[in-house]
Write a protein that binds this ligand. Structure first.
Ligand code: NDP
Length: 330
């Protein structure tokens, strides 16, 4: 079976030589274990952080060890009475075509309830990040203006739809006209800004948010987020979910000093890690699944085919090649 190892720590932009394919033999599952075959692999911006040898909320990847991320796999052989061949399961696993796993933290997923890939997106970490970040920190109120960066990505596109369900005015920032059309036509956003075609992002935000910004759900950081600060309202909430514009920088970029903006608006800025809200996961998934069933919530996916294309799919996140959740079908 093939395994993808972490081969080299990138400096700046990651490249294909950050990864290495090897062939391995697979052992037999012992009592309690499962032999599984990978079906879908999630590639996520946060994996870039784990490629640096720095302390963070998850330990860094070790060179020569397998890459890992959220995986949906099919049980081939079960030595555990709670699972049988043909079951689908999900957890963070190494990037391997087949492997023997324990059932610790393993979640059974139901292919009849939703497509398998959805458990890596809207019904997985993506949905939980969107829902908990918005609800717990954003505390959305009907009629408020919600601005989202990285809006056409996995998390952003869910955040915006939740905002619309709750009666907010929702504005998205994304990197192409096609993505802005998707936000408005498929996801019901009220307005969109293509930051790559805008020479003056600060004015563009002002034009798109005439009543100012009450909640800013930030997936990107950097210059876009600096520009948003000029438009925040009194008691605004700024949700620091991600900073993809900064992940590949080799030195910390110069940014605006945020304090004056926060002080004069009595605004809140808070970062979070989705696992902070583990006790609320069940409730969140129930709500997201219900909205999906009621057709109030929709999602997009960019599905890349083939185990050998996992590294490229990851690199493509930094080029904005995905609409919605980027997943690899194996
Ligand atoms: P996305 O699906 O949003 O994919 C990344 C997107 O980021 C790309 O499609 C691209 O879209 C945009 N992008 C890439 N480079 C830049 C740049 N330099 N400036 C602005 N935009 C850029 O990924 P996810 O939805 O999985 O994640 C979104 C964010 O949320 C990430 O920053 C991630 O790290 C974070 N996150 C945080 C979690 C937490 O617990 N706090 C959990 C999960 C995710 P475009 O074409 O618009 O540029």
């Amino acid at each position: 079976t093939q395994t993808i190892l972490f081969n080299k720590r990138p400096e700046g932009e990651p490249t294909l030589d950050s990864f290495k394919f090897i062939k391995e033999s697979i052992g037999e599952p012992q009592e309690g274990e499962l032999l599984v075959e990978t079906r879908y692999v999630s590639v996520d911006p946060y994996l870039r952080g784990r490629m640096n040898d720095t302390k963070s909320y998850v330990p860094p990847f070790q060179v020569g060890e397998p890459m890992t991320s959220g995986v949906v796999a099919e049980v081939i052989t079960s030595k555990n009475e709670n699972f049988k061949a043909g079951d689908f399961v999900s957890k963070v696993m190494p990037w391997k075509q087949q492997q023997v796993i324990t059932t610790d933290d393993l979640q059974k997923v139901d292919a009849n309830q939703a497509p398998l890939s959805a458990y890596l997106g809207v019904l997985g970490m993506t949905g939980l990040t969107a829902y908990n970040g918005l609800m717990e920190i954003g505390k959305p109120q009907k009629g408020e203006t919600l601005l989202i960066s990285g809006a056409a990505g996995a998390v952003g596109s869910i955040v915006g739809q939740i905002g619309k369900i709750l009666g907010l005015r929702v504005v998205g920032i994304a990197g192409s006209d096609e993505k802005i059309d998707l936000l408005k036509d498929k996801f019901g956003f009220d307005a969109g800004i293509n930051y790559k075609e805008t020479s003056d992002i600060k004015s563009a935000i002002g034009d798109a948010c005439p009543d100012g910004v009450d909640i800013y759900f930030d997936n990107v950081g950097g210059d876009i987020s600096d520009a948003v600060l000029y438009h925040i309202n009194k008691f605004a909430r700024i949700i620091n979910c991600g900073a993809i514009a900064v992940y590949n920088k080799t030195s910390i970029p110069q940014s605006l000093s945020v304090q004056p903006f926060l002080i004069k608006n009595s605004a809140l800025m808070q970062g979070f890690i989705v696992s902070n809200y583990a006790s609320k996961f069940e409730e969140a998934i129930k709500q997201l699944a219900q909205w999906l069933q009621e057709d109030k919530l929709d999602y997009s996916e960019t599905v890349v085919e083939g185990f050998e294309n996992i590294p490229q799919a990851f690199l493509d996140l930094f080029e904005g090649k995905n609409k919605g959740k980027m997943v690899v079908k194996v």
